[in-house]
Design a binder for this molecule. Structure first.
Ligand code: SAM
Length: 269
């Protein structure tokens, strides 16, 4: 679906919500004012743990959907970006701003002085888009900030296909069970980190919970020229070349506890 029809669909959804609320029955859910009373999400729990360590106050979420993570993150200033949000936009919690646009449109308009202490990248699960989101987010990352990238480890070859439609087609043709996850080729971002980013420290959460990769800037490293990187690193390995029996070493697999410890050391330096 193109950006214009997404935006039109979003406007209709929000208008239906306003009309149905006037008739006493809200069509979309409203985000909870208090993160501690919200629905919660495992992703928000991870982000909150790291925010406790860097004492961060500002949070950016790319790809928000129903808002379960956005409403559960504890930060004074929260910013959400999604061209197709599935919650009410007319009554947002205090300190929370929302942009119904794509991440590219958001970053193109963002004042260069704005910075974030925590960022979640959970928008379009395609390598080039997520890598572009990462490079843009790095330009706005505070000195003690971190970026969490969702769904960096595909469940199998079909779930790693960058087009969701094609992933479903292949899964049906191969008799794979449904419902099934779709991660796209976001894993290539991690591979690119290992090849082209000596300036960044990163770890991939394994064990319990979702597979996500967290990134922060190594101390003493000047930011790389990110514009030129996008062109250079656009051909990482395909799934079949990458996976053997276990997670490749370049994922830097670690448990939640190990990652918290590493981040604590980064903050303490
Ligand atoms: C997996 S959902 C996000 C879930 C959410 N972060 C959470 O934790 O509950 C992915 C969302 O990304 C949004 N999306 C797709 N393309 C995008 C883009 N180019 N920029 C920003 N968001 C995008 C979709 O509309 C969808 O709502």
């Amino acid at each position: 679906m193109d950006a214009t029809s997404t935006s039109a669909r979003n406007k209709v959804r929000q208008l239906r919500h306003k009309l149905s609320r006037m008739m006493g029955k809200a069509h979309l859910r409203e985000l909870n004012n208090n993160p501690d009373l919200s629905t919660g999400s495992a992703t928000a729990a991870r982000i909150n743990e790291l925010l406790k360590l860097n004492l961060g106050i500002s949070y950016l979420e790319i790809g928000v959907a129903h808002g379960e993570t956005l409403e559960s993150v504890r930060a004074e200033r929260r910013t959400g970006v999604d061209p197709s949000p599935v919650f009410a936009l007319d009554r947002l919690p205090r300190g929370l701003s929302f942009h119904s646009v794509t991440s590219d449109q958001f970053f193109a308009r963002l004042d260069q002085r704005v910075s974030f202490d925590a960022v979640l990248l959970d928008g379009l699960h395609a390598f080039t888009q997520t890598y572009r989101d990462l490079l843009n987010a790095l330009k706005h990352l505070g000195p003690r900030g971190f970026i969490l990238i969702d769904d960096t480890v595909p469940a199998d070859a079909a779930s790693a296909i960058p087009s969701q439609k094609e992933a479903v087609r292949v899964a049906i043709a191969s008799n794979l069970p449904f419902p099934r996850p779709w991660m796209g080729d976001v894993y290539k971002v991690v591979q690119t980190l290992s090849i082209a980013h000596p300036d960044l420290e990163y770890y991939t959460y394994v064990g319990s919970g979702r597979h996500q990769t967290v990134v922060w800037r190594k101390l003493g490293h000047k930011p790389l020229d990110t514009e030129s990187l996008l062109g250079e690193s656009s051909s990482p390995m395909e799934f079949d070349q990458t996976w053997t029996q276990s997670l490749p070493e370049w994922f830097h697999a670690a448990t939640d506890e190990q990652i918290q410890k590493a981040f604590e050391q980064f903050i303490a330096r």
